[in-house]
Design a protein around this ligand. Structure first.
Ligand code: HEM
Length: 467
């Protein structure tokens, strides 16, 4: 076997240990996937292979490997086969359960709801949700950052995706339903997402409840009249979308894509928002600079718009640095359907290929002093993120996250409101990731102490036309 007719391709060396037949390295990986992958790489001096629940895995790291994986032909490296465990969330025939061309078409239907014009509309919703959430805070007190960010991203995602009224309709159990959906992300899902596990049963119940209400909302909107009068939310965009032969999308596709977006985007955004705060609040001098930036970027009590957000450059660097140090998705996967070669490396057909934003973002050859929190690395003259396939918290290539701008905007708006309205300091620490889930938030307790600096912005009230 040769790569490009030159040197023979070599398979990645096998990580010693993990001798328990079939289980392989599952215990160590399950305990802390990032430490496991980092240690394995140090020990093996680069790429290596191991076994997870009977599945051969190869871990690849470094910009050339990321580029090769993200740009590989899907007939060779398949996200579909790697993410089969998501089928119960998206539903049959939707996203990863569809053929690659159909999945691209389906993702394409989401894009009109994620244009800069749509994002400008969501900015108002995001600000309103943040203002009304924090208006309920006392004059001073303490709050759990992970819980706050979770509540807020539930509220924002629900309104931007499903429109107004959905949250009230679902009642106070909605955050729990979103949380249960995520029970689909379990190592056991690699084996079969249909195993009779309690967490998988909760996932299926949550999906069924969301889907039943969504189908009713779709029917009501259809009965209410033409899409032009609909609020600007992702549901409206999907209802306006047409298949190649001009038919509306089937209800199962619309509900599957919406529920899939909640799954992909809500908790991940909450975790990014929590880490952004934990890291930026660690230094009062930095907080003072960020507050000054807010004062320069936006007139007191003016509504937040996209132009003001663009002026919050330092805040954006802080979000990026949180993405780098604590990416919400710690591993991304593809399944090799055929032998895959890049450089001198051979990955045999049948292998699960893993890359890890969490490991990749700590490479000293890519990021200077990589364990050090330093948002200015993205500033003029350094721009360490500009290097292709270096910062991969939102993936890369064809399957790069379509919700990245939405997520960044949301996190920036939440922190813009917090920084303008409150004096803040961490009440707990040091904070470490809770790797018991594959979307690791800061481990509890993760609390901030706050004192209100100025009154909540009451003038931000959306009119029907704004929505
Ligand atoms: C901090 C928040 C988020 C993070 C860290 C994140 C991360 C990612 C990553 C890494 C991928 C690529 C997966 C791969 O290649 O294996 C991805 C894909 C995707 N994300 Fe996000 N995401 C976030 C928020 C969102 C939001 C808010 C939405 C929806 C509005 C969303 C929708 C999607 C979709 C639909 C895909 C699949 C794209 C495709 O395969 O073509 N994500 N995301």
């Amino acid at each position: 076997m040769t790569a490009g007719g030159g040197m023979p391709s070599r398979t990645a060396p096998r990580l010693p240990g993990g001798r328990v037949p079939w289980l392989g390295h599952a215990a160590a990986f399950g305990r802390d996937p990032v430490a496991f992958l980092r240690r394995g790489r140090e020990r093996m001096g680069g790429d290596f292979s191991f076994t997870l629940l009977g599945q051969p895995v190869v871990f690849l790291c470094g910009r050339p490997a990321h580029e090769a994986v993200f740009r590989a032909d899907e007939a060779v490296l398949s996200p579909r086969e790697a993410y089969r465990f998501m089928t119960p969330v998206f539903g049959p025939g939707v996203a990863y359960d569809a053929e690659p061309e159909e999945m691209s078409r389906q993702i394409g239907h989401l894009l009109p709801a994620l244009t800069s014009r749509s994002l400008a509309g969501y900015a108002r919703v995001m600000e309103e949700e943040a203002e009304s959430h924090f208006a309920a805070w006392a004059e001073r007190g303490e709050a759990d950052l992970v819980e706050v960010m979770n509540d807020l991203t539930v509220a924002i995602a629900t309104r931007c995706l499903f429109g107004t009224g959905f949250r009230e309709r679902m009642g106070p159990g909605l955050p729990r339903l979103y949380h249960d959906l995520e029970s689909g992300i379990r190592l056991a899902g690699l084996l079969s997402p249909r195993l009779p596990l309690p967490s998988f049963r909760r996932r299926d119940r949550a999906r069924a409840a969301l889907s039943a209400t969504l189908v009713r909302v779709i029917a009501e909107r259809r009965a209410a009249g033409p899409a032009g009068d609909e609020p600007q939310d992702v549901l409206a965009a999907l209802m306006a979308a047409r298949t190649p032969d001009g038919a509306p999308l089937p209800d199962e596709t619309v509900t599957g894509l919406l529920i899939g977006m909640i799954f992909a985007g809500q908790h991940t955004s909450a975790v990014l928002a929590a880490w952004t705060g934990v890291l930026l609040l660690d230094d009062p001098v930095r907080v003072a600079a960020l507050v000054r930036e807010q004062e320069d970027a936006i007139e007191r009590d003016a509504p937040l718009d996209v132009r003001a957000l663009r002026r919050m450059e330092r805040l954006e660097w802080c979000v990026r640095e949180a993405e780098r140090l604590h990416p919400p998705l710690v591993v991304l996967m593809r399944k090799a359907l055929r032998d895959f070669r890049y450089g001198g490396r051979l990955v045999p057909a049948g292998t699960l290929v893993m890359v890890s934003p969490a490991v990749a973002h700590r490479q000293p050859e890519v990021f200077r002093d990589p364990d050090h929190y330093d948002p200015s690395r993205y500033g003029p003259g350094r721009e360490e993120h500009a290097c292709p396939y270096a910062l991969i918290g939102f993936g890369g290539g064809k399957h790069r996250c379509v919700g990245m701008a939405f997520a960044y905007q949301q996190v920036k708006i939440i922190w813009s409101v917090l920084l303008r309205r409150f004096d803040l300091e961490l009440a707990t620490g040091p904070h470490v990731p809770d790797y018991s889930t594959l979307v690791p938030a800061p481990r509890a307790p993760c609390r901030v102490r706050y004192r209100r600096r100025c009154a909540p912005l009451v003038s931000v009230r959306l009119t029907e036309a704004d929505r």
